[in-house]
Design a protein around this ligand. Structure first.
Ligand code: SF4
Length: 468
């Protein structure tokens, strides 16, 4: 209930801030133009989506097989694999590793799974210095904000705000030039890579055939994070695996197109273990953490397991009218927008997070944008149904029982239709007063007008006139 109240309060606040909404709208409209341009570079975007959906279906439905193939090949090259059931196990594993290695400083590239398990907070609490190397993540960390979007974490901040933040935190001169702002962060970051004891990354994909992780990015920070420190830790959800190396030929351009409106990202790395004999660089140790954190519960649900097909491109957020109105912070979750509303009730509890399933107009824009064809808006309906079945609110139970009782009795149904018509006629007399039982609805919505004569009566008359 607290999560739903927080969501409602934050949404109301952001939705009323037209300047902020205009800023987000402008940023995302630019993305749409670039995305459509790059979709045009695919021979057949529809066929590409279908292929991607089928590959993910095959993988998720045989996840046990592909995960074992991936881990055995990775371990054969000296990487250590840790299977984490919970987020706490991830935090404990990394903290223990840092202690054993005598680490002081840890550099991170963007990893949504680490956000999901609150790894930074756990490591800082244990006394380690943790620095985010992704520019957007670095900015939001410095500002003390949560990421606004899982592809563009700092998209809610204007250049002037970032400049003021750098001025306050780093003592730099004010500037509106994006390149200068980037160079300020770059200068800080270069020192961190060279002095960090451990580098932590995520993984965009894991290839079962070769036992490698694939990281796609635009800044080169993930490449430095995973290769300069002596120890590399990669954290990934178990759903990230793909069967074959050749699958990347589809998924890398698809992720770049759907996620950032790019043909391909600037840097694409494949990592298959720690430094091998004869190699002159790379980490001495590589640890790969495979995170479950309730994903296997979702896997056990045949109706909704395709939510695990998600490649975290963020396209569904970008087109969602609700996300565009309430923004990324309103949700209070690691994964915002439509996909977040679908999976958060599974990852964090249906009862507390069921309100997210109602944060949708069910327009289907998310489903239309999803490159791996996840039927997002129907999953939101499934979540609503599951929540109502699991623990209906008392008023919902009474309302549905009364509704079913009336619908089962034709005479009562006819009477209800007549009462509804007259109720609607009289409604303006009490509208928006305390006597209006639906005022919280009618203040922002227009209810469709009931016809003075129902179709049933019109049909009856028509049949009578046809027979006379
Ligand atoms: S659900 Fe689809 S559109 Fe949304 S982030 Fe995942 S892959 Fe992208």
């Amino acid at each position: 209930m607290i999560a739903s109240k927080d969501f409602a309060a934050r949404s109301r606040q952001v939705a009323a801030d037209l300047t902020h909404r205009g800023f987000i709208h402008k940023a995302l409209s630019g993305y749409e133009l670039k995305r459509d341009e790059n979709i045009g570079k695919f021979q057949n975007w529809g066929a590409a989506r279908q292929s991607a959906a089928e590959i993910k279906w095959e993988t998720i439905n045989h996840l046990d097989h592909y995960l074992v193939e991936f881990t055995s090949k990775l371990e054969a090259r000296g990487a250590k694999v840790f299977w984490a059931t919970t987020g706490q196990q991830v935090c404990d594993y990394v903290s223990d590793l840092a202690r054993d290695k005598g680490a002081k400083k840890i550099v991170k590239s963007k990893a949504m799974t680490s956000e999901e398990v609150h790894l930074n907070a756990a490591l800082r609490k244990a006394g380690y210095e943790v620095v985010e190397s992704d520019l957007g993540e670095y900015i939001v960390e410095l500002a003390g904000h949560a990421p606004y979007h899982f592809v563009f974490p700092a998209m809610h901040l204007k250049r002037e705000e970032i400049s003021a933040l750098f001025e306050k935190e780093l003592g730099t001169a004010p500037t509106r030039d994006p390149e200068e702002l980037t160079m300020i962060a770059r200068k800080v970051m270069r020192q961190v890579y060279c002095t960090a004891d451990i580098g932590i990354s995520g993984a965009n994909f894991a290839i079962a055939e070769t036992g490698m992780i694939s990281i796609t990015e635009n800044e080169g920070n993930a490449r430095l994070t995973t290769s300069l420190p002596k120890v590399h830790v990669a954290i990934m959800g178990i759903e990230k695996v793909l069967p074959n190396l050749s699958d990347l030929a589809l998924f890398l351009p698809m992720l770049a197109t759907a996620g950032a409106g790019q043909a391909l990202t600037g840097y694409n790395s494949m990592i298959g273990g720690p430094r091998q004999p004869g190699e002159i660089d790379g980490p001495e140790e590589m640890h790969v953490i495979l995170l479950d954190n309730h994903r296997t519960q979702l896997l056990a649900d045949p109706e909704q397991r395709d939510a695990l097909h998600c490649i975290r491109c963020g396209a569904c957020l970008n087109v969602c009218p609700v996300y565009r109105s309430v923004g990324g912070h309103a949700y209070g979750t690691t994964y915002a927008g439509p996909i977040g509303s679908v999976i958060t009730p599974h990852l964090r509890g249906l009862h507390e997070w069921k309100h997210l399933s109602n944060a949708s107009s069910l327009c289907g824009a998310c489903t239309g944008a999803c490159p791996v064809k996840i039927d997002l808006h129907h999953h939101l309906l499934h979540n609503r149904r599951n929540a109502a079945k699991a623990k209906p609110a008392w008023w919902e139970k009474i309302a549905y029982d009364v509704f079913a009782w009336v619908m089962d009795r034709p005479a009562l149904y006819r009477l209800a239709g007549k009462l509804g018509y007259w109720g609607q006629k009289l409604h303006p007399l009490v509208e928006r007063t305390f006597l209006d039982p639906a005022r919280s609805w009618t203040v922002t919505r227009e209810v469709p007008k009931l016809a003075p004569e129902p179709f049933r009566d019109l049909w009856k008359k028509r049949r009578q006139s046809a027979t006379t």
